[in-house]
Design a protein. Sequence first.
Length: 658
Amino acid sequence: MKPTFYVTTPIYYPNDKLHIGHAYTTVAADAIARYKRLRGYDVFFLTGTDEHGLKIQQRAEQAGLPPKAFLDPIIAWIQDLWQKLDISYDDFIRTTEDRHERVVEQIFERLLQQGDIYLSEYQGWYCTPCESYWAERELVDGKCPQCGREVQFVREESYFFRMSKYVDRLLQYYEENPGFIEPVSRKTEMIRNFIEPGLQDLCVSRTSFDWGVHVPSNPKHVVYVWLDALVNYISAIGYLSDDPAQRAKFDRYWPADVHVVGKDIVRFHAVYWPIILMALGLPLPKKVFGHGFFLVKGGKMSKSKGNVIDPLTLVNRYGRDAFRYFLLREIPFGQDGTFTPEGMVERLNYDLANDFGNLVHRTAAMLNRFNDGVVPAPGALTDVDSALHQLAAEVKAKVDASMDELQFSVALAELWNLVRAANKYIDDCQPWKLNKDGDRDRLATVLYHMVEAIRVSTILVQPFMTEAPQVIREQFGFGEDAFTWDSALMGLGPSGQRVPEREPLFPRLDVEKEIEILTEMTTSAGEARADQKAENPAGASAKEATTVVHKDEIGIDVFDQVELRVGQVMACEKHPNADKLLVLQVDLGSEQRQIVSGIAKYYQPDELVGKKVVVVANLKPVKLRGQASLGMILCASEGDTLSIVTVPDSMPNGAIVK
């Protein structure tokens, strides 16, 4: 029998259309699901939607619709997004389904009967958008510590869960299972912020609205939406089902191997959910992985801040594979990272067009030019061939290790070492010269290894891309036996098949044009949302943090990669083609550089001349609306206020900032 692997995403709160941050979570879960399937696992991948709660009821009332009718088109949009991203989920659960609600009712009654839930009165603070209860000490400036919005003081009859009863068992589980919460900083946060101050009993019902699962023995109470939502991980796989086949599914897949969640909801998954399972006498999940945020200028991406990027827009423009690759390659999984137009365009151009796409395109072209399009059988190997064999084996082992640790960006970086080595192999072996010299035996060996490098790379990239691997497989005639995960080693591929030439898989992008389009896309989204917020301040998405907490800790080795130097602004003028940009000439002591900065809203050009500023001196050069920018000026921002970071005039130009 195959080993099993059960992976979940959070079930998303369908308050509005999802953004790139939600896609990040789901694509990551899909990548590990696809990887495990390729390794021979029996995988069950669950996602879905969390459809109850006060916020949904309020939105539906505003729209003049019953909640379910309000939700249906939003759910359809979400499912369409997952289809366009080729998300290979095995089940999509909606918490409004009977199979889920029945389980929630039974669990609540059981916990009530065994004394883990008791009736009392709640007096305290509640954030409706986040559907979260907060103690007085947890508020930040009197507001929700998660989203920064206003909280309401609530007083109502409620049921409570005796969280305090299970705290010692939870801490013991943390101790005995060090990999339960990852990254480790998330575990530290759970203990320091929620457990050590004293874990309070959790309010698990409401009476002030009725859109939710009602408590069977006291129907005026609606089950707290997070208790309702968390149960999906077991209701979807047949827990308490009357169907023997469904119960067998639960026995096969539970406990989950990993819950992939954003770091803003780790508390629910790593504190509340384990305690609920302990009370039910069920095994705990093997891992809760709280990944970081996709940030943009102004902080975490969220509809309330107006910096949302629609994933469908990016997929439609750049393609599914390019979008998936960018999400998983750009940020070390678990850390925060920033979405920038420059970063996306460079990643797609350098990694996909120049490296991978070019390898495929030039290999097919040379096969047709030098061998009538037929993959030749190899001859005797040389040291350079053997080195490529060894590298491919090492890369495969490193990809396996990285994927098992959910380090997607590391796995892709290792894989691209092979892709770049294959391009270098072509340049070093010079098949065009071998053809000219008439060295047919050596030419055959080189051409074969070029194809083999493509085959191995394409097999290994399958968890991340879903279209290109199949296109390449068909183009190069790789049969099923030569396209398994275990066959991703050099020298195991076929020869004799004919390979047609095709258009490049990943055409090179016009850097300046695409950066402009992406910049305007982000800016226009923010401006549109700002207008909406002025009309409807409460119109932000629920269960979505908008206040960014500190980024994950980094080592000094990472910080040392950034070169900060003192520069003096010698001249400054408005960008001729962009109202929001200024073009600065900055003296760095040993050289003068041009830097383009989006600070025209905050400074007039003559205000900046003579200022001593801090420059990121080793940033990759880019062109912004036709003007070269050779660095970045550091600024501090808070809300709508922005100030350039300056240093005393006594500091010499070019001095290192550290």
